[in-house]
Design a protein around this ligand. Sequence first.
Ligand code: ADP
Ligand code: ZN
Length: 208
Amino acid sequence: MNAIFLGPPGTGKGTQAERISVELGIAHISTGEMFRQLANEGNPVGVEAKEKYWGKGNLVPDDLTIKLVKERLAKEDCKKGFILDGFPRTIPQAEALDKITKISKVIDIESSEEIIIKRLSNRRQCSKCKKIYGIDVPPKKEGICDICQGKLIQRDDDREEVIRDRLKVYEKQTKPLIKYYKEKLITVDGEQPIDKIKQDIIKAISLK
Ligand code: ADP
Ligand code: ZN
């Protein structure tokens, strides 16, 4: 199973990709997580990508993003299959991906803008284990991770001014992918409860 999870930010792509990859025993590749990690490690290219691009709600340039994904897909754990979460986000990225590997399914998780903004502005992430919390998944103790007791923080790009820019970028640069993948595309309603979304995705990817 080589799947792409598509859809605007804040529809739960990351949460679903994480859970489903564990359940299916395949790799979860989040380009957003890769960029955040590089910046946290102080990697110069990663820090520059944050300052110039993703921290402001803009996409990281295609050449850098494609290079990172290409290296990641060459790793051993991707042989059993993978879920790409947040990649491709532009047509040139999709074209580059077609040259690297074959994609079996594209899952498009959709939500209204109103719900997206509400979700993203309430989203918090564990600074240690990276687990995501939000309106649908609140932590037991405010500000503290249930699993590792790490501190919950707001992502730099989840501030409302940046969220609006990210949505504009999605409309302009990523939405054309829906047409690009129309033969492999299955749309899932992202406004349902998390477990129902998960069921719908699992059903969609088991279809022949
Ligand atoms: P979300 O899906 O919630 O927007 P991600 O964690 O997937 O969050 O991505 C965070 C940011 O990282 C994006 O807004 C974008 O700036 C950058 N990014 C992630 N994936 C890509 C990509 N494939 N191409 C370019 N930039 C990307
Ligand atoms: Zn944690």
